[in-house]
Design a protein around this ligand. Structure first.
Ligand SMILES: [Zn+2]
Length: 77
């Protein structure tokens, strides 16, 4: 997940605030996490990646924000 794709999710109102049930309006400090794990058995090199973001509801008067790696949990289909 890149920041561009994440921005699109916000723009399409796919993320829902658990407190007021309105679409989350904004976010901050998006980072992509990548780590390589050497399994010691040859040339295989597994990539583990995820992303962390501060979700900010911003629907007044709701003040919900959360710093999370599990933002997928807030996607509503
Ligand atoms: Zn809210």
């Amino acid at each position: 997940m890149s920041e561009t794709k994440f921005k699109k999710l916000i723009a399409e109102k796919k993320l829902i605030c658990p407190q007021c049930k309105q679409p989350i309006k904004t976010f901050d400090k998006f980072i992509e996490m990548t780590s390589s794990i050497w399994d010691g058995a040859g040339d295989s090199n597994h990539q583990v990646s995820g992303s962390k973001v501060t979700l900010i509801c911003a629907n007044s008067p709701c003040t919900w924000t959360e710093r999370t790696e599990y933002w997928e949990n807030y996607i509503q289909n």
